[in-house]
Design a protein around this ligand. Sequence first.
Ligand code: ASP
Length: 493
Amino acid sequence: TRLKYRYLDLRRPSVQKAIILRSKILRATHEYFDQHGFINIETPELGKSSPEGARDYLVPSRIYPGSFYALPQSPQLFKQLLMGAGFDKYYQLARCFRDEDLRGDRQPEFTQIDMETSFLDEKGVQDYTEGLLKKIMKDVMGIDLKTPIARMSWNDSMNKYGTDKPDTRYGMLIHDLSPIFKDSDFRVFSGVIADGGYVKGIAVKNGAKAYSRKKLDKKQDYIKRYHAKGLAWVKYEDGDFSGPVARFLTDEDKEALKKEFNLEGGELIVFVADKWKVCCDSLNHLRREFAKETDIIPKHVFDFVWVVDWPLFEYDEGRGRWVAAHHPFTMPDDEGIKLLDTDPHKAHARSYDIVMNGDEMGGGSIRIHKRSIQEKMFKALGFTKKRAYEQFGYLMDALDMGFPPHAGLAIGLDRFAMMLAEKDNIRDVQAFPKNANASEPMMHAPAPVSKGQLSELGVEVDSKYSDSVKKTEDHLEDEAQKDADKNSTWDKN
Ligand code: ASP
């Protein structure tokens, strides 16, 4: 209902405030880039489909029936080509489109603060980004952001926070307890370690009283979705350990745990014994939950951190293959360039993400500016020569024509605005967003179009959708009739 009558919803002061905050970010961004000699260049919205990333929104061509434009997922290659064209500092508030399943922090269309520079290294791009963030935080929030923003390696982030989006507002870090338990008689722990796994855990202050066995059983059920086999726990109260795992702990283990976590009394300690990734995923989830539930997250704090030294590739379980961790145009580090020939999936990337309060605000990288490296990258991603050149021949061609080293970054404006406005849905910072089913209930988009329009485009709707098209058409007709009956002065005019 709020979205159907969005123009009324937008009258409410709290809703207006978020939209005005967004506008202030836009203004600060334009001012900042203008002051620093960046050129605002718009790139096309009608481009070519590139099935690498998320699903594309396609636009049928009338002039070439059967052919389609794709709306941009980001202006990545256009901005790189602009560096090749000699515009050394580019920025754009770019509309991007990704046809993904929606969540609270996703909308089908969103805006990126997009930038690219020639001849700068990581630090150069990060300095400009920090300058921009400093200005936005000051102009919009009245907050003095301290720079330089801390750097954390991807590895540290995964090991201490269980995620590449660390929430640095509070501690409760993940500890690797494998050294303590590798020789333990408790086979559930030592067996996993012997098989190459880990025992990791976190200590929840005041958790001993706050968490009953029943509550912990629920958490155990939840982390099964990360393939965790179980959740072990102990409580430390009045100088002693209790709970299901306590009786397996030797005096030595107990002392080691006390030292490791600096236990003071009243803590709950949870353990996950599993493969590295399973430990990371489940303890990341648990850490966030425990922090929320025990109310240790400071309010009105905006804590930024750079996550650096990323792997170049990651294995996508869903697609059953290696994909680029950032995107296929990211430069490997020096060692990684050599590894492209021998063991590409071990390579590291010259990429960086900017994270705030446990959420990714943006990311970027040094780009590949040599054809030979770009070709190796495509090879490592499983492209054939034919497919690589069909899709990206123009890029490889351009790289041969005197391409400067270049690097850039993009910040997801909507998510950033949402977090500064302390809202939990991106909808709240977009004037006319889509609902969770990717539809817009005021104008009724998407909607069927006339047969005439379709035939002009050479497009036909599969007959298996006839019923649902008919249903939508009937529904829209009913709605129109209702609107017409309500207050229309049509017949009097
Ligand atoms: N185009 C990238 C993205 O959308 C950002 C960048 O590398 O500049 O994530």
